[in-house]
Write a protein that binds this ligand. Structure first.
Ligand SMILES: Nc1ncnc2c1ncn2[C@@H]1O[C@H](COP(=O)(O)OP(=O)(O)OP(=O)(O)O)[C@@H](O)[C@H]1O
Ligand SMILES: [Mg+2]
Length: 449
């Protein structure tokens, strides 16, 4: 295509913008007109669907949360009218479900607000290019959209949702990297649940906590008589998970000797149980996770480079919570709602409480935040989580290991409350109280319970 033609095309290229926020709409129209596009802008799904009935647009840009209908409805209508239509969705409230629905509906791109106009223009240019190329790379369909379990709308989380939705339907090996508590296992489960393997098992294996000598039989299985004490055949995880997904957690902890065997498995997809001479084909997908810098282990000669490449087909790096503080309010509300429901409480979150949580750095990431909200939902004085309650809880969490026995005098009442909330489950209660289970037993004894 010659450049003049392209310019001419663009002059005729009509973009439809659907955005209810007037200032965003005006900014977009102005910027895009300056870029030489001819733009039509509407502020409701009603008007959008109306236009789409009358005319086909090559590119539609729509907000997601609009009125009683959403940008997903706009997406569906636009693509029904014109299957080649490139739809760019944008939202400040992205979620796993909206990204999934967008992917499923064949959205061209999904932009988290706020975005730079330059980024929007780049996206439109890419969309134009894709219109020139035959539009045959359909987004993979996903059948079962799960209930919300992952929350977070920060651009970084939206990137993660996108990767999940693209990679889930494939059989690609995925490596998930991230600090402790960032949600690696949850992501692995999401990948499984949105894959064709969803009805088959998802089996997590914590490679870090299984003795190296046992890992092989755990994964590959053992035949009766393979060693003294092997009194029956034991199926390995890879075989037990047939058709499903095996989640190899803490992959960086696998010892060098076993790494070669794992590599062979990933290449051949065959298991040979201990004591057997016949390999068996198994169909499993492998998702691995690590909170270590495996590249560094590779450089130090502690991790095989070839295995690293094998695992690293798709790499997903989960950012620590401190790099996406905008997700904190959403997560806190989400967990609080969950615990209020579970414990039948009506604990309220006060502004100062949220602020204190936003100011904390969360070295234990989402898991730490979740535990803290659970604790506060149960223990916050007067059923109100305010700044003081949060700071006190943070202090206690920080010093948990060193001073596990310094609960205040009101502790007996706290303990009763927590036990009631956990239906007498003492390990859960100990966790929420931030003390060892043994300590809790001792205290209960003292309390005469
Ligand atoms: N985006 C999220 N939305 C809601 N809950 C989340 C999210 N991410 C993680 N969680 C919750 O936080 C907890 C920790 O997540 P998960 O076990 O997946 O972390 P991890 O990265 O595997 O941690 P580790 O490295 O310590 O094993 C879980 O209870 C999980 O459900
Ligand atoms: Mg984990």
């Amino acid at each position: 295509m010659h450049p003049p033609e392209l310019v001419q095309d663009r002059a005729m290229q009509k973009l439809l913008i659907v955005e209810d926020d007037q200032s965003v709409r005006t900014t977009m129209v102005t910027c895009l007109e300056l870029e030489g596009y001819s733009v039509e802008a509407v502020s409701s799904t009603h008007e959008a669907l109306d236009r789409l009935e009358k005319q086909s647009y090559p590119i539609v840009i729509s907000d997601i949360y609009l009125d009683e209908r959403t940008g997903i409805d706009v997406l569906r209508t636009a693509r029904r009218q014109n299957p080649d239509c490139a739809v760019i969705l944008m939202t400040g409230r992205g979620s796993m479900e909206t990204v999934m629905a967008a992917t499923e509906g064949g959205a061209f791109e999904y932009l988290a607000k706020p975005f730079e106009m330059a980024h929007m223009i780049d996206t439109i240019k890419r969309a134009e290019k894709s219109l020139d190329v035959a539009a045959d790379d359909e987004a993979p369909a996903i059948d079962d959209i799960p209930d919300t379990e992952m929350v977070g709308s920060s651009p970084k989380m939206v990137e993660i949702y996108k990767t999940i939705s693209l990679v889930a339907p494939t059989d690609a090996t995925v490596l998930i990297e991230g600090e402790t508590g960032t949600g690696k296992e949850l992501i692995a489960r999401m990948i499984h649940r949105n894959s064709r393997r969803a009805a088959q098992p998802f089996v997590p294996v914590d490679c870090g906590s299984i003795a190296p000598s046992l890992l092989e039989s755990e994964l590959f299985g053992t035949l009766k008589g393979a060693y003294t004490g092997a009194d029956r055949d034991r199926m390995g995880v890879f075989e037990a998970a047939a058709g499903g997904t095996v989640f190899l957690d803490e992959i960086g902890d696998i010892d060098l000797g076993f790494q070669l065997k794992l590599l062979r498995f990933l290449q051949e997809r065959e298991v040979r149980p201990l004591g057997s001479s016949r390999p068996k084909k198994v169909d499993v997908r492998v998702v691995a996770a690590t909170n270590k810098d495996v590249q560094k282990l590779v450089d130090e000669g502690k991790f095989r480079e070839d295995l690293w490449y094998r695992l690293n087909v798709v790499r997903l790096t989960v950012p620590p919570l401190c790099e996406r503080p905008s997700d904190i309010p959403l997560l806190v509300h989400y967990f609080l709602k969950r615990y209020n429901e579970r414990y039948k409480f009506e604990t309220k979150l006060i502004d100062s409480g949220l602020k204190a949580m936003e100011e904390y750095s969360w070295p234990g990431n989402i898991r730490q935040l979740q535990h803290m909200v659970e604790r506060l939902a149960i223990l916050a004085p007067g059923g109100r989580i305010d700044g003081d309650a949060v700071r006190a809880a943070i202090e206690q969490m920080d010093s948990r290991d060193s001073s596990s026995e310094t609960l205040a005098d009101t502790e007996a009442e706290q303990i009763r409350r927590v036990l009631a909330a956990t239906n007498g489950n003492k390990s859960r209660a100990a966790k929420i109280l931030g003390i060892e289970r043994k300590t809790l037993y001792r205290k209960l004894e003292k309390m005469g319970l």
